[in-house]
Design a protein around this ligand. Structure first.
Ligand code: NAG
Ligand code: NAG
Ligand code: NAG
Length: 179
């Protein structure tokens, strides 16, 4: 590889992952990045969960059972991280393909998405087709609501609420797995 091509590639990498100086040597989920994601989500804006959205909330039910009961061993940790990965991946697909609500702060959203790219990149070994399938009904329902003009506000509210809830509880329950 010519050195100028290498330089171009390195520059590209530096541009796409501005918060990481070097590629992560191992595949892992960094707890501090998850914590930072949660903080950004809470700063995104939008109202507290609107009461009028409760019916949608019931129709979009996050598959909690995908999570292992405990974080006592490596197997359970691996399963927990696979579920978090599938959730973040699905959310990123939706965000990449939609217009987010105008009530959300654009620069916070950009920073959040940048962070998600890093998390997905660094945790690539937790990518798992089985987990994605578990979430397919969830994301299909979510997409359906987001595509309705009347329901889209609720779709976004549910998406944000579920993400905050799951990341918050994962940070507590699986803190040993999220080094
Ligand atoms: C929830 O799902 C039920 C059954 O599919 C449907 O009849 C109802 O209209 C849905 N509610 C909303 C708010 O989408
Ligand atoms: C998706 O929507 C259908 C119909 O309203 C409902 O029966 C099902 O429980 C929902 N699944 C998820 C994971 O939200
Ligand atoms: C992206 O949005 C288009 C138009 O709304 C839709 O047809 C397509 O299926 C979406 N792709 C994904 C990956 O969600």
């Amino acid at each position: 590889m010519s050195s100028s091509l290498l330089l171009t590639l390195l520059t590209l990498c530096a541009l796409t992952t501005p918060l990481v100086a070097m590629p992560a040597p191992t595949c892992r989920f960094h707890g501090y990045l998850v914590k930072e994601s949660l903080k950004l989500l809470r700063q995104l804006g939008g109202r507290d969960f609107p009461g009028s959205c409760l019916p949608y909330n019931h129709n979009i039910s996050f598959p909690d059972s995908a999570f292992p009961q405990a974080s006592a061993n490596r197997l359970q940790c691996h399963q927990a991280l696979k579920v978090i990965y599938a959730l973040l991946e699905g959310v990123e697909l939706i965000l990449a393909n939609s217009t987010c609500p105008s009530t959300w702060d654009e620069s916070t959203l950009d920073t959040f998405r940048n962070l998600q790219d890093q998390l997905l990149d660094q945790g690539h070994c937790f990518s798992d087709r089985g987990s994605s399938e578990l979430f397919s009904a969830y994301f299909n329902n979510m997409t359906t609501v987001l595509e309705q003009e009347v329901g889209s506000e609720c779709g976004w509210a549910v998406l944000k609420k579920d993400l905050v809830t799951v990341l918050d509880s994962a940070l507590h329950k699986y803190h040993k797995c999220l080094k």
